[in-house]
Design a protein around this ligand. Structure first.
Ligand code: ADE
Ligand code: ZN
Length: 339
């Protein structure tokens, strides 16, 4: 292990953008399929893994939604969430904000309470058993209608005090933020923080809509904002963080190589950038691998890496007290680490 690698693995980190469904490892997908009496179209976990050759976001989403079929019972949602949190703990993550998109399940007849109770119980157990702080962001799918999103909002209200915020994922191009103005207004009116995937495959104008029309609290991805310098200035002025996912962008062909990833340009533009794994099982890396590979490819300095980790905590939906303790833990770690 290089010095940078061991430094990054041990560095206290926040992960603000990961989809629980995207942390379903091939082995677990097979185990859950067997437990639930389902047959997968791949012969083995390694055959499934070999199918992870994506050409764009939609080619990934097709497989990701297919994988979601194995999650049926409350214990399934518990197990996949608990497995991610155990892995995150080993990875030096002390704060995790997890996304889940219940419509993949509820539209197939799985009860909303099955999804919510399984995930929230794993989050609560991890707080006790692993001392990892985590919370849940419920996402709506943008290829569905605004009425579908509103229905989801109504369904999750019984758990509203245990939800960090509402987000949105799915096929971006053709489904701009403006399609969901009323939905996000309703989320805000009900007291939720809001985030949306924007500028992953979509143009800068989608990021602008997220900022100006939806008035989001955080932007998931945001890469394409760089094409609009005035928008960049506005995002900086509003102190909005971007949850950037470099290995995801690489695997979904948003960038031709990590060397050409806009992470450095986003940082240089003064944006509040965080690094995250998105769907770690599908994209070949958890948050540490994202940081390690970016450090190598973009020749990030120790200060760059520490700033990225600090940004994770300043952008997290946590109390000032939790934030200050996390930042202090980074300071102590850096002071004690011998490069
Ligand atoms: N859902 C899971 N991963 C996603 C991504 N990278 N973009 C949009 N929606 C997603
Ligand atoms: Zn995502």
């Amino acid at each position: 292990m290089t010095n940078y690698e061991s430094f990054i693995r041990g560095l206290p980190k926040a992960e603000l953008h990961m989809h629980i469904e995207g942390s379903l490892e091939p082995r677990m997908m097979f185990d859950l399929a067997a437990r639930n009496g389902l047959k997968l179209r791949w012969g083995s976990p390694s055959e499934l893994q070999a199918a992870y050759q994506f050409t764009n976001l939609q080619s990934f989403l097709d497989l990701y939604y297919e994988g979601c079929r194995v999650l049926i019972h409350e214990q399934d949602f518990y197990d996949v969430t608990a497995a991610y949190l155990r892995r995150a703990k080993q990875d030096g993550v002390i704060r995790a904000e997890l996304l889940i998109g219940p419509q993949s399940f509820t539209t197939r007849g799985v009860g909303i309470e099955t999804v919510m109770n399984g995930v929230l119980r794993a989050i609560e157990d991890a707080r006790h058993d692993l001392a990892i702080s985590s919370g849940l962001i419920v996402t709506a799918q943008r290829h569905r209608t605004e009425a579908d999103a509103m229905l989801l909002l109504d369904q999750i209200m019984p758990w509203s005090d245990r939800i960090l915020g509402i987000g949105m994922g799915g096929a971006e191009v053709g489904n701009p933020p403006s399609k969901f103005v009323n939905f996000f207004r309703a989320c805000r009116d009900r007291g939720f923080r809001i985030t949306i995937h924007a500028g992953e495959e979509g143009p800068a104008s989608y990021v602008r809509e997220a900022v100006e029309l939806l008035r989001v609290d955080r932007i998931d991805h945001g890469n394409s904002c760089l094409a609009d310098p005035e928008l960049v200035a506005e995002i900086v002025r509003r102190k909005l963080a971007l949850t950037v996912c470099p290995l995801s962008n690489l695997r979904l062909k948003g960038v031709p190589s990590l060397e050409q990833h806009p992470l450095r340009a986003l940082i240089n533009a003064g944006l509040h950038v965080t690094v995250n794994s998105d769907d770690p099982s599908y994209f070949g890396g958890y948050v540490s691998e994202n940081l390690i590979e970016c450090q190598r490819a973009l020749d990030l300095s120790l200060n760059d890496v520490v700033d990225l980790a600090r940004n994770g905590f300043t952008a997290a939906f946590i109390s000032p007290d939790e934030r200050d303790k996390a930042l202090a833990s980074i300071d102590s770690y850096v002071a004690a680490f011998r490069m």
